[in-house]
Design a protein around this ligand. Structure first.
Ligand SMILES: [Zn+2]
Ligand SMILES: [Zn+2]
Length: 461
């Protein structure tokens, strides 16, 4: 037999079109896409009309191992992602403890992650005050890029991640530019957000509304402008994580039109949730940047449709339930981060493709193809011959209401609990091996392997 596995009767989402045809796998890679392949297969899977998508590449995930494994570890985080149709994750240098900001810690944490992840994964390093000497070394260790915070990270815990001031950011950019790797920035003006929050708290204003008002849209836009201007002095490749406003996306577009190497990400929650839903859901929907007014959310959708947003990633930022509650109802005391990566594919597809009419080819570009190209992930991100057979089955004929006990996170909480989702991931394949089925759960031990960047080639298109 020519092929180890053939998927038949599926709608195969190739980069340019959804094809009603077969997809054949051999040696962990896609060997052929076309009609009549099932006759040459050792094993055939009848997809019964499901969508066959490239496994999502979630390039913004927080795993808290080591140091805070009770928040999320590689085992639980990667299971949640795999069950949700994500086959590759890039892991942020925070909020493990210590944060991954030195050569020594990068090497140590690379070892710690071994043989624990159900999906393929890569690691970022961090840019923090005083670690310029570590930047090049972490690049040699296999970092996919470097994360920096312009907003205050807000933790005094020894070893925790720290934000940079403008000089530290500029000097970090100069150092990172030498590596050719991207700098990923959380862009919010620290002085203004800290000051507004302090004013609110001093006045006893600690509701969800007050929190949202302490992080207005312009603090994001201002920081994006400033980072772009500084990046222009250094030739660093800049990637803005979790942009929440169309105005910030416009700044990125303007910079790119002017020839700068700037790209951006948004997250499902900035598209699916807004400040009104935040008030309904409560602290589980607290994140920063904060959730926006409905008009701003509509503007972000419009940017998405125009193709001005490069990637969509979860920013899965888990915490124990005790950190998502406050006995005094002070939202400022509550952990800012949304747990949501298990619903990367089903919820986003439902909202973006089914409800908003986004073409499937745009969906897979932002969730798989573009992240792979941007971060130099070789042979992933497309259903195309020669690429890794990383595949997600999405059944558009299933609906379900998300419940706590569906969740595989270490802490079974999600901002999307109670949401009706009108499709469902039924199978996930990693490099040709079925790692998860909705009916049978996980099959076997974790086979995820560590990835390192191949080349940074995604900026031309
Ligand atoms: Zn952030
Ligand atoms: Zn994050």
């Amino acid at each position: 037999m020519k092929y180890s596995l053939v998927i038949t009767n599926g709608h195969v989402a190739t980069p340019n079109a959804v094809l009603d045809t077969d997809l054949a796998i051999q040696d962990g890679q896609i060997a052929a896409i076309g009609d009549g392949l099932a006759a040459h297969a050792k094993e055939v899977i009848d997809a019964h009309g499901q969508m066959i998508l490239p496994g999502m590449i979630d390039d913004h995930v927080h795993i808290n191992e080591p140091g805070r494994s009770d928040w999320e570890d590689y085992h639980t985080g990667s299971q949640a992602l795999a069950a949700g149709g994500t086959t590759t994750m890039l892991v942020m240098p925070l909020n493990a403890l210590p944060a991954r900001t030195t050569d020594k810690e990068f090497k140590r944490q690379t070892k710690i992650a071994e043989n624990k992840s159900y999906i393929d994964y890569g690691l970022y390093g961090g840019l923090v005050p005083g670690n310029l000497d570590e930047i090049g070394k972490m690049g040699n260790d296999g970092a996919f890029g470097y994360k920096a915070f312009m907003a205050t990270t807000g933790s005094d815990e020894p070893g925790d991640f720290k934000n940079v001031n403008d000089l530290e950011l500029l000097e970090g950019m100069q150092e990172i530019a030498k590596t050719g790797l991207p700098l990923l920035v959380h862009a919010e003006n620290a002085t203004i957000t800290d000051g507004l929050a302090a004013e609110k708290i001093a006045a006893g204003k600690t509701s969800i509304r007050d929190y949202v008002d302490s992080r207005p849209p312009f603090v994001e836009v201002e920081a994006v402008r400033r980072a772009i201007y500084l990046a222009e002095q250094t030739n660093v490749q800049l990637h803005f994580v979790h942009l929440s406003t169309p105005a910030a996306v416009q700044e990125v577009k303007n910079a790119r039109d002017a020839g700068l190497k700037v790209t951006c990400e948004t997250c499902p929650h900035y598209l699916i949730l807004d400040r009104n839903k935040f008030e309904q859901i409560g602290p589980l929907a607290k994140c920063s940047p904060a959730l926006r007014d409905p008009e701003i959310v509509e503007g972000l959708w419009s940017k998405l449709f125009k193709g001005e947003i490069d990637t969509i990633a979860s920013d899965h930022s888990p915490a124990p339930m005790s950190m998502k509650e406050s006995s005094t109802n002070n939202i400022f005391d509550i952990w800012g981060g949304i747990s949501g990566c298990q619903n990367n594919v089903d919820l986003l597809y439902d909202q973006a493709v089914t409800k908003h009419g986004l073409p499937v080819t745009d969906f897979i570009r932002m969730t798989a193809e573009r992240p792979a190209a941007l971060f130099g992930i070789l042979n992933k991100g497309k259903l195309q011959v020669g690429y890794d057979a990383d595949i997600t089955f999405l059944d558009l004929n299933q609906s379900y209401v998300l419940k706590n006990n569906d969740l595989l996170y270490k802490n079974k909480i999600s901002a999307y609990e109670g949401f009706e989702i009108n499709d469902r991931v039924t199978m996930t394949i990693l490099r040709g091996k079925i790692i998860y089925t909705l009916a049978g759960g996980f099959t076997g031990n974790p086979i995820g392997k560590v990835l390192t960047p191949h080349s940074i080639g995604g900026l031309s298109s």
